[in-house]
Design a protein around this ligand. Structure first.
Ligand code: 5GP
Length: 114
């Protein structure tokens, strides 16, 4: 069972801001911005590059949920904004082998990212 499956199963506590049949959204335990959420499919896809064609709908769902949560948090307007990040593999910065999208907001984002 992955760490995020344990959060989904309520075996590990988390500050959950959204949940539906296909995903869960909760606050990152080590936030890198004033708002730092993790958008996690309930299906434990290890990482984005290993998703299969069967995962197309859930992958799209995660992005739509990002927009909805951003609206709920009043950061969707283009004068505010947010950043989505997916880390794949060691050099990509992946630590938890269960696909997740980081949603970061509440401060100006730098480019290029580190
Ligand atoms: P990755 O580096 O794999 O893209 O991101 C993993 C993220 O999970 C990190 O930002 C890390 O802070 C977060 N994280 C690790 N363990 C926990 C936990 O137990 N609870 C929560 N809410 N976030 C966690």
């Amino acid at each position: 069972m992955t760490l995020f499956e344990k959060i989904i199963a309520r075996e590990i506590p988390a500050d959950i801001v959204h949940e539906d049949a296909r995903c869960i959204v909760f606050r990152d335990i080590n936030p890198q911005a004033p708002i730092h959420l993790l958008i996690v499919p309930k299906k434990p896809i290890p990482r984005v590059g290993e998703a299969s064609p069967d995962d197309e709908a859930v992958l799209g769902h995660l992005l739509l949920v990002a927009g909805r949560v951003a609206e709920d948090l009043r950061i969707r307007s283009i004068d505010k904004g947010f950043r989505l990040v997916i880390n794949h593999g060691a050099a990509g910065g992946e630590a938890v082998p269960h696909l997740h999208i980081h949603l970061l907001a509440g401060r100006p984002m730098q480019w290029p990212p580190g």
